[in-house]
Design a protein. Sequence first.
Length: 278
Amino acid sequence: MKKKLKRIFTSNFLFTFGIIICVFWILASLLAPVLAPYDPIAQELSAKLQAPSAAHWFGTDNFGRDILSRVLYGGRYSLLAGMLTVLLAGIFGSIYGAIAGYVGGVLDNVMMRFSEMIQAFPTIILAIVISAALGSSMFNTVLAMIIVGWPNYARLMRSVVLSVKENEYVEAARALGTGKARVLFSEIIPNSMTSVIVMATTDIGNQILLFATLSFLGLGNPPPTPEWGMMVSDGVSYFNKFWVAGFPGLAIFTMAVGANFVGDGLRDLMDPKLRKNF
């Protein structure tokens, strides 16, 4: 087992690098109360817009708040929003798509046409409209992200279920008199989750970017809550002060890239055709 794990982590550098990045930001966010040198919302106007220094490693913003502390605490909201969106959208979309693919017929057509109606709108535009209609808050923003995100999981799960439901073990379960619901939830869905897990891992980075975009537009947590997208928005007016928007922007970029590296690595690991890379 140890040799297998060692081979996995040493044979794909980007996969390993992605895990390191993701673990780093998760731990940094969880340990923010211990690691942050200052209160993330405490203002010190006499120290506003100070460049990175020994006292403030990432500098300060226009209210004199320590940017390092705000980046650490802000990771909590960005990571929570991304992971929560993927979890809930993935669960709902997977069950929705599995039912459509398993039942088939008219129900399948109706269910998938509905999901396609949602997908017909540009994701960011629809998310902005829903967030604006519901009001500015993290809960409403995450809800909007779930609404625009679940159809992707539904379509993927449906396509996998259409293939899995024809396997012999499913036919055997039916022959034994197992109910349709039990066949779906005990035989088909568990054997259709590999592709969904890979997609979910990659999608975390996308959802973090989407949450940052909505926060940048003022649709996320209200000020002075530290959040990466909002911090980038605050720094737009200070182009000559690169650290105000640069460090939170770097946090968004590295976390999104790390999640994508992990997703690509899992895809290679779970795909028999690509597993030789490990």
